[in-house]
Design a protein around this ligand. Structure first.
Ligand code: SAH
Length: 386
């Protein structure tokens, strides 16, 4: 098997599974793009099997510490292992991420389940080349009604792959009404902003909504209104959803309708809305998109968070709550809390921490691969009279 010899002190010697160009000492046997290769240390000791893509910054991603092919049997075994983990986790197994890339030993493969329908993404060349094996394995294991390929992620560009969405099996279930707890969501799997719903926040809607009874709620970066709807269901006095996307706002309105809940949904830039808003609120949710995908842009991202934190704190009533989230891996939990702290200092308010949030457990974190940890959130309350 062709392969790569890895330089000493590379991240793979610290438990990571990725190899960057700068970490390669030499290659042997002429590895081909998308091929399974073997990794070796500088003393010729094997480190395992990896997928190879010289076009990507991450040239190799290890998926096994042994010699292993990427064949149909492998996908059956790995996917079965991923599914059985979800069955034991406190998540709805019919509405969850069934396989998540490195965290399930399937680098670049994502499988989401929306009831009887599966949405998959192949974000690495090797997974993309084996999409038929993956679709076959999913049919054998789960007998789904349909399998949708949602390959429009910008991450594919980094691997030199084209973007396209298509139905790999069955029929596109459009529109699909999904139920989670006491809420219904209208989703489009093949089109629409994301792969159906933001599965990683599904359970947090309910957690935040426990604070919403009788409150005036502002849900910023609402997408199709998950937080707002949950708050309305929990008996909020009024709910406003803000999103810059007209498509998201129209989905939020439709979701309000099918749930028979009152939402005021506004298409607006949340930065501008927070700046010019004349109303005050008892609970504000901030769940923006990742402000940075790179370490370089981290300072700009932190300025963005600071601005919305500061503005939100100013719009809160005297004992109001702020639930704020960051989905950028580069913004650590500590940095994010510091940002909130600094906004509180500038706003001259005292905050108490009510709750902290993480990604749903169907997106498992590997401690040796820090990139797998991305979503963090805090709920803070203004301390009245201070
Ligand atoms: N809370 C949502 C997920 C939010 S994702 C949920 O659980 O479904 C981030 C959302 O922010 C996207 O819907 C995107 O359209 C929106 N967005 C991005 N930039 C924005 C801006 N400047 N103002 C308002 N919304 C924005």
């Amino acid at each position: 098997m062709p392969g790569l010899v890895i330089k000493p002190r590379s991240r793979i010697f610290h438990g990571h599974d990725w190899v960057y160009t700068s970490e390669i000492k030499k290659s042997f046997g002429n590895p081909q793009p998308g091929e399974v290769i073997s990794l070796k240390d500088f003393k010729d000791k094997p480190l395992g099997s990896a997928i190879y893509n010289p076009k990507s910054q991450i040239v190799a991603r290890r998926f096994s510490r042994r010699k292993q092919d990427l064949d149909g049997d492998f996908f059956l075994r790995r996917l079965q292992l991923a599914f059985s983990l979800r069955e034991r986790l406190p998540v709805d197994p019919l509405l969850c991420r069934l396989a998540w890339s490195e965290s399930d030993g399937l680098p670049g493969l994502i499988v989401d389940r929306y009831g009887g329908h599966l949405v998959i993404q192949t974000l690495t060349l090797a997974m993309d080349q084996r999409i038929n094996l993956i679709v076959d394995a999913l049919q054998e294991l789960l007998s789904p009604q349909s399998i949708i390929v949602r390959n429009d992620s910008p991450m594919r560009k980094a691997e030199g792959l084209e973007t396209s969405n298509f139905v790999a099996f069955g029929k596109d279930p459009d529109p699909l009404i999904l139920e989670h707890g006491s809420l219904k969501f209208k989703s489009t799997l093949l089109t629409g902003q994301k792969t159906g719903l933001y599965l990683d926040q599904l359970d947090t809607y309910q957690q935040v909504a426990t604070l919403a009874e009788g409150k005036r709620v502002l849900d910023c970066f609402s997408n199709q209104g998950g937080f707002g709807l949950a708050c309305a269901r929990a008996g909020a006095a009024a709910v406003t959803c803000i999103d810059i996307s007209g498509e998201a706002i129209s989905a939020a309105k439709q979701n309000g309708g099918i749930n028979e809940l009152n939402l005021h949904a506004v298409e607006a830039n949340a930065f501008d809305y927070l700046k010019t808003c004349k109303e005050t609120f008892d609970l504000i949710v901030l769940d923006p998109p990742s402000f940075t995908r790179s370490k370089k842009a981290l300072n700009d991202a932190m300025r963005g968070y600071k601005e919305i934190h500061l503005r939100a704190l100013k719009l809160l009533n005297h004992d109001g709550y702020l639930a704020t989230f960051s989905c950028s891996h580069h913004v650590t939990r500590e940095l994010f809390l510091n940002n909130l702290r600094s906004a509180a200092v500038d706003a001259r308010r005292t905050l108490r921490l009510v709750e902290s949030y993480s990604q749903r457990p169907d997106h498992p974190i590997l401690p040796t691969i820090p990139e797998t940890e991305y979503l963090k959130g805090f709920c803070v309350q203004l301390l009245p009279g201070r």
